[in-house]
Design a protein around this ligand. Structure first.
Ligand code: FAD
Length: 471
């Protein structure tokens, strides 16, 4: 291990490893430090990737069941949990091992250990074997990520999971209470529901999946209401206790009425917080924002000129693609390029069944900001492709400026919304107007055609909807 590195990157998630790879490609000597044996971070080891592997299994189970609607009857599927878990773990190790190889190929020094700042240009590294090392650096990129917020009143028990333990797939509980109606809880709920758990959701706010427009979120919630046993909103968890039968949980509804129920398993999924503790930041000039994230400028430089911060630790949205985009800006800035992190939009996706995705302005935001917008919605029942997939449970929505016709936002609820939304992100980044989307010939029959037709419908005629506005 070298004693000095031009660039050191702390944390090898989608922020850190992308920063390290980019800095190395730009000709800088790079040391990448992470607690794990290979790069990957939360996203690959215990986030995006394992959750999507389980959701793929869930999709197969659901589609096999629903095939009867079109005249195909499968026998009751048998889930081999050990094999499913092994496959999911294989996906993770395939990807993280691949990142390890890419690290070597780029001649990046990879150090497994826990880094702690001892100054604005020095680090100590605690290795897994108990030994320590020190490293000095010209520039550091801090990408130490985030971790689940804990509920202090939940008992310490195997019957209480966070997202990491739920993704390890220890068993399929008969009943599972999910505390928190955000995207992580709902995705895990979809996976465990398809695998056979009876799901109950409790959310303190009046609705699930906050942030998305209600008409789109409702499309997903309608399905969750069918697949899950119970969804309780405006309801607080007061306390919980382990009993012989499981975890007994006490709730209070919006009128303060208390009630209790016992679950085999509880999943706490109430949010994530940045990993700012234990990094030795007190030995640097790095400052935290009032919300507890590391304060950064447009280049992702912290208040310490030598230290950059990216990803979950540097602010919302806590998403892998935001971390990777920031990573490139930090690496390029260090390499002397004049760049800034100023995306027009960052897409958000919820990989439930159906999926929910949006980018740019939502109708809720337009209302809050009192913006004059025009909106057109295309119900998937009018799509040939949706019908052939037996998935008409969707809406595509385009929001535009009524004067300039510029696209301001796109939202999609429906199958594969997560893949479809990229066209919206590109449109907004390119400053597209409705005609750009409407006049771009989309292949038929596809779900993507609906973006074209929705854009058509904004200002004129829409082939498959008779009541579209006149030009
Ligand atoms: P992380 O991925 O959190 O990586 C940080 C790394 O730093 C970790 O490996 C950690 O061990 C290491 N580290 C911390 N401290 C130190 C230290 N002192 N020394 C050395 N190493 C250290 N996002 C999406 O965009 N799409 C999704 O579908 C999605 N699904 C998710 C599902 C779940 C269940 C969860 C939990 C998250 C999901 N996310 C998703 C969020 C996504 O995982 C994070 O936004 C992303 O991982 C953040 O990347 P990062 O590089 O900032 O940090």
């Amino acid at each position: 291990m070298p004693t000095h590195s031009a660039v050191v990157v702390i944390g090898a998630g989608p922020g850190g490893y992308v920063a390290a790879f980019h800095a190395a490609d730009l000709g800088l000597s790079v040391t990448l430090i992470d607690k794990a044996q290979n790069p990957g971070g939360v996203c690959l080891y215990r986030g995006c990737i394992p959750s999507k592997a389980l959701l793929h299994a869930a999709k197969l189970l659901t589609e096999a069941e629903e095939a009867k609607n079109i005249g195909i009857d499968f026998a009751q599927p048998m889930v081999n949990l050990d094999k499913l878990r092994a496959w999911k773990d294989w996906v993770v190790s395939k990807l993280t091992g691949g990142l390890g190889s890419l690290t070597k190929q780029r001649k990046i020094t990879y150090v497994q250990g826990e880094a702690v700042f001892t100054g604005s240009s020095s680090l100590g590294i605690k290795k897994p074997d108990g030994l320590s090392d020190t490293l000095t650096f010209d520039k550091a990129i801090l990408a130490a990520g985030s971790r689940p917020v804990e509920l202090p009143f939940l008992p310490k028990s195997n019957r209480v999971w966070d997202s990491t333990s739920a993704l390890s797939l220890p068993y399929i509980p008969q009943t599972l209470l999910i505390i928190g109606g955000g995207y992580i809880g709902m995705e895990l709920g979809c996976a465990y529901s398809a695998l056979g758990s009876k799901i109950t959701v409790v959310e303190a706010l009046p609705q699930l999946l906050n942030g998305a427009d209600r008409d789109l979120a409702d499309m997903v919630i309608r399905r969750l209401n069918k697949d899950f046993t119970k969804i309780m909103v405006n309801t607080k968890v007061l306390r919980a206790e382990e009993t012989a039968e499981g975890i007994t949980v006490w709730f209070a509804d919006k009128d303060g009425k208390e009630f209790q129920e016992t679950f085999a398993q509880v999943l706490a999924s109430i949010g994530r917080k940045p990993n700012t503790e234990g990094l030795g930041l007190e030995h640097t000039k790095v400052k935290l924002s009032p919300k507890g994230f590391i304060e950064v400028d447009a280049q992702r430089r912290t208040t310490d000129a030598n230290i950059f911060a990216i990803g979950d630790i540097a602010g919302q949205p806590m998403l892998a693609h935001k971390a990777s985009a920031e990573a490139k800006i930090a690496a390029e800035t260090i390499a002397g390029h004049k760049v800034a992190f100023e995306p027009k939009v960052i897409p958000a996706v919820v990989f439930t069944n159906p999926e929910l995705a949006w980018v740019g302005l939502t109708e809720i935001e337009a209302k809050e900001k009192n913006l004059d917008v025009t909106v057109f919605k295309f119900p998937w029942a009018a799509s040939g492709r949706a019908l052939t997939l037996d998935r008409t449970d969707g809406i595509t929505k385009v929001i535009a400026d009524p004067k300039t016709k510029r696209i301001l936002g796109i939202g999609i609820a429906g199958m594969n919304a997560g893949d479809l939304i990229s066209e919206g992100a590109l449109a907004i980044e390119m400053g597209a107007v409705a005609d750009d989307l409407a006049l771009t010939i989309h292949p038929h029959p596809t779900l993507s055609e609906m973006i074209m037709e929705t854009a058509e419908g904004l200002f004129g005629h829409c082939t498959h909807i008779a009541r579209a506005k006149k030009p």
